[in-house]
Ligand binder design. Structure first.
Ligand SMILES: N[C@@H](CCC(=O)N[C@@H](CS)C(=O)NCC(=O)O)C(=O)O
Length: 227
């Protein structure tokens, strides 16, 4: 689609999200990779945004995209939807079905085996649980994920190979926050550590991290000084 038409089509897009939320960042990275314009409604910060969001999506999980009246929820589905309806130069899911399957698989790995233990630890502390107990609960699961990723990422620039894909959109916030909960050990996981560093240097990811910076005091386990 020519740039002007892409911008016009994108004007109908509204994203309900929060800059510090990992899943919001996953979709923001996808939007920014292809410079897709959208209206940003900040859930929990902007008056009325949380209520409007809940009316659209009763589970109230964010981010949620609205495209010309159509509600699209769940980050993976949102990114798939953007690829179908607002394609740009960076193809986050390749046309080849086998290559796409690997990306969808890795997207699941980051969401289920990295982000989920992180989120559970964060939620436990937000609900008044003990910080050390929450970290101790997440650590063995993250160790398993780090070990698997260390092997799987060997020889790759990005999660699925040489191209930046939806799997990297999922990986960036997952690994960003996972390292805060249970640090990725340099000596045992050098490939994973280097991948995280590469992700953070990517402009769309750096922009997402910067957007979340003013909200670091929300992190209930205590945000570290690094990053
Ligand atoms: N599976 C969902 C997860 C979304 C999610 O858990 N979002 C968090 C923010 S990072 C959220 O909405 N938390 C608020 C809540 O659970 O009420 C997706 O991929 O969109």
């Amino acid at each position: 689609m020519p740039a002007r038409n892409r911008q016009e089509a994108a004007l109908a897009l509204t994203l309900y999200a929060h800059p510090f939320s990992s899943y919001s960042q996953k979709v923001l990275i996808a939007l920014w990779e292809n410079e897709i314009a959208f209206t940003y409604r900040t859930v929990g910060e902007e008056p009325g945004a949380a209520e409007a969001h809940r009316a659209l999506w009763p589970f109230a999980k964010f981010p949620t995209l609205v495209d010309d009246g159509r509600t699209v929820a769940e980050t993976t589905i949102i990114i798939e939807y953007l690829g179908l309806h607002h394609p740009g130069p960076v193809r986050l899911i390749p046309a080849d079905p086998q290559a796409a399957l690997e990306i969808r698989f890795l997207d699941r790995v980051f969401d289920h085996y990295v982000m989920t233990p992180v989120q559970e630890a964060v939620v436990a502390v937000l609900r008044g649980g003990d910080r050390d107990e929450a970290v101790a609960g997440a650590a063995p699961r993250l160790e398993t994920a780090y070990g698997w990723l260390e092997t799987h990422l060997a020889g790759r620039s990005w999660a699925a190979g040489e191209g930046f894909t939806m799997a990297d959109c999922a990986a960036a916030p997952s690994l960003f926050y996972a390292d805060w909960v249970h640090q990725i050990d340099d000596a045992r996981f050098p490939t994973l550590r280097a991948y995280r560093t590469r992700l953070l240097a990517r402009p769309s990811v750096a922009r997402a991290v910067d957007g979340g910076r003013p909200y670091r005091h929300y992190f209930p386990l205590g945000a570290p000084e690094r990053d």
